[in-house]
Design a protein around this ligand. Structure first.
Ligand SMILES: Cc1cc2nc3c(=O)[nH]c(=O)nc-3n(C[C@H](O)[C@H](O)[C@H](O)COP(=O)(O)O)c2cc1C
Length: 324
């Protein structure tokens, strides 16, 4: 896809989440209708020095299209080289992380630290946009802290630098992930640029998706934590945005079947040892809100195999049926 062909559908896409949005999860979210998915953030420096783990993080396959690769860093030349490597994966676009609050990223000038230096942020975006032929997008916050809300200035500079679309997480870096979401600033960004703007922050269902669209006028919504253990959230939100119909959450049998499919792929792609350890946090999310979740969660903590997870899923299903 060329830069000019880039379109943002009025729909929900999957947020990039380090430690979560790996190949297995991205595939499942696409199957459930996510309009687009993004990799975990990948270190530009890591890519440029040939780090194997960084390269693996940005691998995308046909089953997860449309997929974007997200990179982070703070040096225009290195970011441009990384963007060019990302383009070779076959991804539809390259996203630049300008919102990560973690000290290991923002403490070294990348992620949300770029909100404090809009000139450098634009230089990075320009270098990346010139290095690739696919669209470059940026994911920003509203500002560094409440005293420096500058998303509009950032957005204008990034648009001028050649960025094709923006996502605005409606919080400052200082807020991290705490409420409230600043819809007014997302709206101000949308009104100040001509490129598509995706609204992000606390979208978890049709009502919150509609709220984001209504309050900000944004073109699309991005879902992060609302998709943890609930990849069907995309089907629910996108069906609503398309037809107005509110479809119910899947029954426990489907939830457990999706969990097993997800974890089986995780094990296939990463090997059983890593897969089952990473599965523990996902399994905890998949049983969120069900009766007896606390005791199941204790069992999940010591899971050692896919067979044990299957047995647990059966027990979960049985426990819900018995008590209803
Ligand atoms: C576990 C976790 C990891 C995240 N990793 C990234 C990341 O790699 N890149 C990024 O731009 N944002 C990252 N984020 C932020 C999300 O993309 C999103 O902006 C944020 O969670 C707000 O959306 P939500 O309210 O729908 O969760 C992460 C968030 C979480 C919870």
């Amino acid at each position: 896809m060329t830069r000019d062909e880039f379109r943002v559908e009025k729909a929900a896409c999957l947020a990039p989440m380090a430690g979560v949005t790996d190949r297995a999860f991205r595939e499942i979210c696409i199957e459930y209708g996510a309009s687009c998915v993004t990799t975990e953030m990948v270190s530009a420096k890591g890519l440029v020095i040939g780090d194997r783990k960084s390269r693996m993080l940005m691998e995308v396959t046909g089953a997860e299209m449309p997929a974007a690769v997200q990179i982070f860093g703070c040096e225009p030349v290195i970011m441009a080289k990384a963007a060019s490597q990302a383009e070779k994966t076959g991804c539809v676009s390259v996203d630049i992380n300008m919102g990560c609050p973690a000290p290991k990223v923002s403490g070294h000038g990348g992620g949300a630290a770029l909100m404090k230096d809009p000139v450098l942020a634009a230089e990075i975006a320009k270098a990346c946009a010139e290095a690739v032929s696919i669209p470059v997008t940026c994911k920003i916050r509203t500002g560094w802290d409440e005293g420096s809300v500058n998303a509009v200035e950032m957005a204008k500079r990034l648009e001028d630098a050649g960025v094709s679309a923006l996502t605005v997480h409606g919080r400052t870096r200082r807020q991290m992930y705490a409420p409230p979401v600043d819809y007014d600033t997302i709206r101000a960004v949308k009104e100040s640029v001509g490129i598509p703007v995706t609204g992000n922050g606390d979208v978890i269902d049709p009502a919150s998706a509609q709220l984001m669209l209504d309050k900000t006028g944004c073109d699309a919504v991005m879902v992060g934590r609302g998709a943890l253990g609930a990849p069907w959230v995309f089907k629910i939100i996108n069906e609503y945005l398309k037809t107005g119909a509110v479809i119910p959450e899947p029954p426990i049998e489907e939830r457990m079947a999706v969990m097993l499919r997800h974890i089986a792929r995780l094990c296939e792609y990463k090997g059983d040892y890593v897969g089952i350890r990473e599965a523990r946090k996902h399994a905890g999310w998949y049983i969120k809100g069900i009766r007896g979740a606390a005791s199941f969660r204790r069992e999940i903590g010591s899971l050692e195999s896919l067979d044990e997870l299957k047995a647990l899923a059966d027990k979960v299903i049985e426990s819900q049926v018995d008590e209803s």
